[in-house]
Structure formats: structure tokens, C-alpha cells
Design a binder for this molecule. Structure first.
Ligand SMILES: [Ca+2]
Ligand SMILES: [Ca+2]
Length: 269
């Protein structure tokens, strides 16, 4: 009896085990989760890759375009100057930033004919600009001095000698703007500032870079006394406009210091 009951119980357990085994199989088949995960991972991995590549090339193109635009708008390139014929008498040596681009440009003077001299500015990028130098003394060829920004606008004005006396050097000033070199004038006449000193007279030129150009002068009145002072000019474009003249009686020592050329670090050649 016990044996039969045990067999019946075993048979019942086996039957129940086979029927319940179908459940876990179904549960583990919930693979929708697995396949969804794979599909999502694949999509997510390929999407960003494609997007990143597209973004990179767009940025590069945009950067290149911007740079080109800046170059074409920010720099004015002056025409290349005509090559000087072989044998041309040339004086070089002065420099300054005449176009305000932060690079040093060169100055030179050259002779076209016996009484025809010209000033040339050669910009750092190779372009140039020329102007005729008038009021030149035959025995004193004009020579470049260099550049100094007398009005503080960021571009240097060109200084050169335009002649010389027994004890003085004559200094001329040219304005350089938009590839054009223009003589700086006073009352319509080209600037010619004598600098130097003789026994009886003293003259000088100074500029502080604040838009004021000062001409100094003194004339001996007797053995120990001079009459002299200064005249201040303001700069308007390429014109110097006289603002004031101050004169007084000076000692020989006071007059002596007026005979200087004092514009930045420029020195007479
Ligand atoms: Ca320059
Ligand atoms: Ca200037």
C-alpha cells in the first residue's frame, strides 16, 4: 500500500515538473528586451558618429571663410613701386610704420633727374608710394630720416632732409595715407624746418606725439643776449596750423638748447 502510494506521488510530481517547465522557457524568451537593447545600442552608436563628422567639417569650412574675409577687408595692399633704373642715386636708411599695420616700413630718396628728387615709402608687404620732393638744394641731396607719429593717429609721418645750410639741416615732413604720400604744408607751403645753430642764430624742431609740432628759434641781439622762443602748430590732415608764438629775451645758454631736433628717436643723417 505504501509502495503504491509512493509511486503515485512520484508520478504526480513528474507530471507537475514537466508542465511547470514550460513557464520558465516562455519567460526566458522575453528576448524582445535583448533585441531592443541591441538595436538601440547600434543606432545610438552610429548616430553620434555621423553627427560628429558632419559638425567637424562644417566648423572647418566656416572658419576658413571667416579668415579669408578678414584678410581681404583688413589690409590695403598698395601697388608695387616701379623698379628704379640701374645707376639711380638712392639714399636709404629711414624706417617707420607708415600704414599702421604694426610692421616697419622703409623710406628712401632717389634722383630722377638733376633737379628732380623723389621720396619713396616701401611697405613691409612689398607695396609702395612715391612723391616728388620740392625745394631741394642742389648741393644737399635729400635723405630719409625716418618715421614718427606726430599726431598720434597710429601711422607715422615721414621725415627727411630737404636741404642744408652752413650750420643747419632743413627738415621736411610728408604724410602717408591710403597709398598716397603728401607733403605736409604750413599756409600752403611745404614744411621746411631748419635745425641747427650758428654764432648768431639757433633753430630746432620738436614733436611730442600729441599733435603739436613745435618750431624753436633764437636770434642773437648782442654779445650775451638772444631774442627767441617757439611756435606751436597743430596737425590737421597734412596741414600744420600755427596756434601760438611765444618769444622772450634769452641768455646764450637758454638759446643754445633750442637748436635741437627732438621727434621720438629720430636723428639727422
Ligand atoms: Ca607698416
Ligand atoms: Ca600720424
Amino acid at each position: 500500500m505504501h509502495r503504491l502510494a509512493a509511486l503515485a506521488l512520484l508520478a504526480a510530481l513528474i507530471d507537475a515538473g514537466c508542465g511547470g517547465g514550460a513557464e520558465p522557457t516562455t519567460t526566458s524568451r522575453v528576448p524582445p528586451v535583448t533585441s531592443t537593447t541591441v538595436a538601440a545600442a547600434t543606432t545610438a552608436a552610429s548616430s553620434p558618429t555621423t553627427t560628429t563628422v558632419a559638425t567637424t567639417s562644417t566648423t572647418t569650412t566656416s572658419t576658413t571663410t571667416t579668415t579669408t574675409t578678414t584678410i581681404s577687408m583688413g589690409v590695403t595692399v598698395c601697388p608695387l613701386p616701379v623698379a628704379l633704373p640701374e645707376g639711380t642715386l638712392v639714399f636709404a636708411g629711414g624706417s617707420g610704420d607708415f600704414d599702421g599695420d604694426g610692421t616697419s616700413d622703409d623710406l628712401l630718396t632717389y634722383q630722377v633727374a638733376a633737379d628732380n628728387w623723389r621720396l619713396r615709402v616701401i611697405f613691409a608687404d612689398g607695396g609702395g608710394a612715391d612723391a616728388t620732393i620740392e625745394d631741394v638744394m642742389d648741393f644737399a641731396p635729400p635723405r630719409p630720416i625716418g618715421g614718427f607719429d606726430i599726431d598720434g593717429d597710429g601711422t607715422a609721418e615721414a621725415f627727411l632732409t630737404v636741404g642744408a645750410g652752413a650750420s643747419t639741416t632743413h627738415v621736411g615732413i610728408f604724410d602717408v595715407a591710403a597709398c598716397v604720400v603728401t607733403p605736409v604744408t604750413v599756409n600752403g607751403a611745404h614744411t621746411v624746418f631748419p635745425v641747427g645753430a650758428s654764432v648768431g642764430a639757433v633753430s630746432g624742431l620738436s614733436c611730442a606725439g600729441d599733435g603739436i609740432v613745435r618750431r624753436t628759434f633764437a636770434q642773437r641781439t648782442d654779445e650775451t643776449t638772444f631774442a627767441g622762443g617757439y611756435e606751436d602748430y597743430t596737425v590737421t590732415g597734412s596741414d600744420l596750423v600755427s596756434q601760438q608764438v611765444v618769444t622772450d629775451a634769452l641768455t646764450e645758454e637758454q638759446a643754445g638748447v633750442l637748436g635741437q631736433f627732438d621727434c621720438g628717436g629720430l636723428t639727422l643723417p
